[in-house]
Write a protein that binds this ligand. Structure first.
Ligand code: PEP
Ligand code: MN
Length: 334
């Protein structure tokens, strides 16, 4: 649509597209311009008719298979507001906290420490996708409430993983960002379910997913009407075994070129080693990442999950100091 097209013109285009059986219009509202993506068999659409409607700027085919996630469809980068924190704007967003919520004292101490060091989003898993069924599986809904309380008390937004379609509504009622973990990147029913809510979603790259598959997974969420999708590169499986995963920093500029969605990097799961987390956080920000997610534990020795990769609060404070000049050099702020 043309810039600042009036609502009645947008509505008219939507209703004209709905008249075609098998085509679905999905409006993407930008700050200046609304783009109406038409999903379905493009051969049915009478482009000249749509182009003749008031305030229509251009009708064009989108070549990428990920129609809604594509920068072809929407040029401006999407900025997602999560309880006062914007992801995708000039601020580099820092998400930090323990791998899993263990008890009230632990999550409160983590929140207090990471907030004081500059993080604005508190992470903490309550539903944990563990490799073995015998390790700690998370506190479930009780953990969600503990995370919610700690985030509120310290004035932070919150993020936690959802693994099951039956928990989407509950978690969305208490937490600001729903995380889809690497192991669920292609759980299509879960993607569709989170696509039906308005809550921001952070989709992590599957450990053997290509970037195209990653963007198509995001497309599942967008196609249900939820535009608030944040991508997260967290490393992929390769033959290399010095690091837990191989952190693909190139994903950041590739995604920036292909998509309007914000992307953040998780150097904790990406490397699995505390010593590598600060340098990879610097590299991610230098590559253009919109934020980083880091695992921080007030007492890593006692952590019930991913103890080996947890940063102490002191380590995290140093990481924040190290990334500051990089953030500034990129013309951004914390
Ligand atoms: C996590 O962030 O807690 C997590 C389980 O990460 P991933 O899905 O990337 O393994
Ligand atoms: Mn973890």
């Amino acid at each position: 649509m043309q810039r600042h097209a009036p609502k009645e013109h947008i509505d008219r285009v939507l209703s004209e597209i709905k008249r075609y059986e098998g085509l679905k219009p999905v409006p993407l509202y930008g700050t200046e311009r609304t783009v109406i993506a038409v999903i379905g068999d493009e051969r049915i659409l009478d482009e000249r008719h749509i182009a003749s409607l008031a305030s229509v700027a251009k009708v064009m085919p989108v070549l990428h298979p990920y129609k809604l996630a594509s920068r072809e469809t929407k040029h401006e980068t999407t900025v997602i507001k999560c309880n006062g924190v914007s992801v995708g704007g000039t601020t580099v967003v820092i998400m930090a906290g323990p791998c899993s919520v263990e008890n009230e004292e632990q999550i409160d101490a983590a929140a207090k420490g990471v907030k004081a060091a500059g993080a604005t989003i508190l992470r903490g898993g309550a539903f944990k996708p563990r490799t073995t069924p015998y390790s700690f599986q998370g506190l479930g809904r009780k953990g969600i409430i503990m995370l919610e309380n700690a985030a509120k008390k310290h004035g932070m937004a919150s993020i936690s993983e959802v693994m099951d379609v039956r928990d989407v509504e509950y978690i969305a009622n208490h937490i600001d960002i729903l995380q889809i973990g690497a192991r669920n990147m292609q759980n299509f029913d879960l993607l569709k379910e989170v696509g039906k809510c308005k809550t921001a979603i952070m989709l992590k790259r599957g450990m053997s997913a290509t970037i195209k598959e990653f963007l198509l997974a995001a497309e599942y969420i967008l196609a249900q009407g939820n535009q608030n999708v944040i991508l997260c590169e967290r490393g992929i499986r390769t033959f290399e075994d010095e690091t837990r995963n191989t952190l693909c920093i190139a994903t950041v500029p590739i995604v920036k070129e292909l998509s309007h969605l914000p992307i953040i990097v998780d150097p904790s799961h990406g490397t699995g080693k505390p010593a590598l987390i600060p340098p990879m956080a610097r590299a991610a920000i230098a590559a253009g990442a919109d934020g980083i997610m880091v695992e921080v534990h007030p007492n890593p020795d006692t952590a019930l999950c991913d103890a080996d990769q947890a940063l102490t609060l002191e380590n995290f404070k140093n990481l924040m100091k190290e990334i500051t000049p990089i953030v500034t050099a990129m013309g951004r702020n914390l």
